[in-house]
Design a protein around this ligand. Structure first.
Ligand code: HEM
Length: 582
């Protein structure tokens, strides 16, 4: 209507001169004033100020709509372009074709993930692609040499892992998906952990005392006792010896395990589920754990040996910020004033003090879960193979007769015990799947296969660990001797080892590219060396004192199960610690 008016009014005086339609508010005002100044025209046709404004707003709105349309179209074109590039690149990777919009997502969610991958690898070879959605590609690698190459080249992790930790403990400079962010701290942590942090014998003695106290009640649940052992080992490693006597340790264990159970569930939401009450309960538990971590840090301050070095200056810097816990209680943060140079080193000064705490909680969570699963697996194998347990005991007794200067290093003279730990972690790797990702660049294998950036790369560790091709015909059997070799007769069978007469050595398990319980390459587990030493020391102390037996009837299902995303044997297995005659 306004346009009509404009056209009519213009036509009455714009016969000779041609006007272009103004595009700005000022232009409109000027045009209107020109029309007003023309006396030959009918004034009723002139635009009122409100009409002018409406005209202006309409034009601006149209312009905005056009811009919005261009923006959305550009986004869509970019998405389409990305999709086609991804699709073109993925075409060269072998794998089943997908007819559905959701790709193979339904297939994966229905069956066991490892079984699906196993079938796909059998059909399509060592590299297999599966679509998790129209733009989500998953590539599984099964060949050890390709895995080795992939684990070195793909430096990032999928954002999911980072999210699970982030929701529970906040920002982390240790478990972030981006390699750039964790690189420095990984190196620092690895150096510190590989130094001798704690006296594993002292911790082992403490654990044995506790077992002595509770075993009077009869048999013990293998899962629970392993969890307790792992928790005590990790607590003493990260907090120091003071953790052993901390009255809050038991509550800490309970809280940590509760959080571990739910972390992945809450991280599985694409958008953080603020609207769920359960989520806030979970957040409350996380805050409680943070406060408890700070309390224990305070309690253990004097005994923490994690670096041994105490930064005297930190005290004066400390500001003791107050943290308000979810229930309104004040929890005093002493992280600022705590004097663990180790965690100060881990977190650049500009990083928040909360990150100190987050990193400790993260390591406690990861370390406790994985170490508990490993101890449970070794104990299970020892009770199922009493002949191996007897031989390990002979080995421990032999070494005990000639202890070395540094008693905690005796464990390195017990190759069968170490081989038993390695074999247990091979047969039932706690992490069934390794996952990686190259976030920025495509990943090119030497074989010519290109994996597009952002693809979820996985290694089905369980399949690799049980592949006859990598481990021989007895790949599915428990045979710790495969990790040993006789200096005179070569490696691999029980008969060759005659304790006391023959010399035999432990092969370096990492020489076999198919041995991946701790991952490998750029993002391999930082705690591997420490865990092997402390777990073996604990087992040596236990076996020296007790024969570990199965409480008959408690075996149950023989298939390993996934518990808190970790693989475990017979979770309800009951074991007995029978004191040996001296
Ligand atoms: C039996 C015990 C453990 C097992 C089976 C285990 C296993 C693993 C695995 C499979 C990974 C991923 C590796 C990869 O993607 O290549 C990992 C990562 C890691 N582990 Fe462990 N772990 C254990 C104990 C520990 C302990 C005790 C610590 C520290 C005190 C630790 C610190 C780490 C860290 C910091 C990472 C992250 C590395 C990164 O993302 O860059 N682990 N662990």
């Amino acid at each position: 209507m306004i346009n009509e008016k404009m056209n009519n009014s213009s036509s009455c005086f714009i016969e000779s001169s041609s006007f272009s339609v103004p595009t700005t508010f000022v232009g409109l005002v000027l045009l209107n004033s020109k029309i007003r100044s023309s006396s030959s025209c009918n004034n009723t046709l002139l635009l009122t100020p409100s009409e002018l404004l409406t005209e202006f707003v309409t034009r601006e709105f149209n312009a905005f709509l056009w811009l919005f349309l261009v923006f959305i179209t550009t986004l869509l074109v970019r998405k389409l372009f990305k999709f086609f590039t991804l699709w073109c690149k993925a075409r060269t990777i072998p794998g089943p074709s997908s007819s559905s919009f959701f790709g193979h997502f339904k297939l994966l969610s229905k069956g066991n993930f490892t079984d699906v991958l196993s079938e796909s690898h059998e059909k399509y070879g060592p590299i297999v692609k599966l679509w998790l959605g129209p733009t989500k590609l998953l590539v599984s690698v099964k060949d050890p040499l390709l895995i080795q190459e992939m684990l070195i080249k793909a430096e990032d992790k999928l954002p999911f892992t980072g999210k699970a930790f982030h929701l529970a403990f906040g920002k982390s400079s240790l478990f972030s998906p981006s390699y750039e962010k964790v690189k420095k701290n990984r190196e620092l942590l690895a150096t510190k952990l590989n130094e001798r942090l704690l006296n594993p014998l002292k911790v082992a003695d403490f654990i044995i005392d506790q077992i002595e106290n509770i075993k009077v009640k009869g048999s013990l649940g293998c899962g629970l006792v392993s969890q307790y052992m792992a928790f005590t080992l990790m607590g003493a490693t990260l907090f120091g010896d003071g953790f052993l006597t901390s009255p809050k340790a038991a509550i800490y264990e309970e809280l940590l395990m509760k959080i571990a159970k739910d972390a992945c569930f809450w991280a599985s939401y694409n958008v953080t589920p603020f609207w769920r009450r359960g989520f806030w309960r979970y957040q409350y538990l996380c805050t409680k754990l943070r406060c408890l971590t700070q309390d224990i840090l305070q309690h253990c301050r004097t005994s923490c040996k994690i670096l041994g070095s105490i930064d005297q200056n930190v005290r004066s810097e400390g500001s003791n910020p107050e943290l308000k816990s979810a229930d309104g209680a004040q929890c005093r943060s002493n992280v600022g004033s705590e004097n663990f140079q180790f965690f100060r080193d881990l977190n650049d000064c500009e990083n928040s003090k909360l990150e100190h705490c987050g990193n400790i909680m993260l390591m406690m969570l990861h370390g406790c879960q994985t170490t508990a699963a490993l101890i449970a697996n070794v104990l299970t194998n020892l009770v199922m193979h009493l002949e191996i347990q007897d031989k390990v005991y002979s080995e421990i007794s032999m070494v005990g007769k000639k202890p070395s200067k540094y008693e905690h290093e005796d464990v390195y003279r017990m190759p069968l015990l170490l081989a038993t730990v390695y074999e247990s972690s091979r047969l039932l790797p706690t992490s069934a799947m390794l996952q990686r990702c190259s976030l920025k660049n495509d990943l090119r294998f030497a074989t010519g296969v290109t994996i597009p950036a952002g693809t979820a790369l996985v290694v089905p560790v369980q399949l690799v660990h049980k592949d006859d091709f990598n481990w021989g015909k007895d790949a599915s059997d428990f045979n710790p001797y495969r990790f040993l070799s006789n200096s005179t007769k070569g490696s691999g069978s029980e008969e060759q080892f005659n304790y006391g007469t023959s010399s035999f050595v432990l092969n370096d398990p990492s020489e076999n590219a198919a041995f991946l319980p701790f991952g490998s390459g750029t993002r391999a587990c930082v705690g591997q060396k420490l865990v092997i030493q402390v777990v073996a020391t604990l087992l040596a102390s236990l076996l020296k004192k007790y024969e570990i037996k199965l409480n008959s009837g408690s075996i149950g299902d023989s298939e390993p199960i996934l518990k808190n995303h970790l693989l475990q044997h017979h979770p309800n297995l009951q074991i007995l610690f029978v004191k040996r005659d001296k």
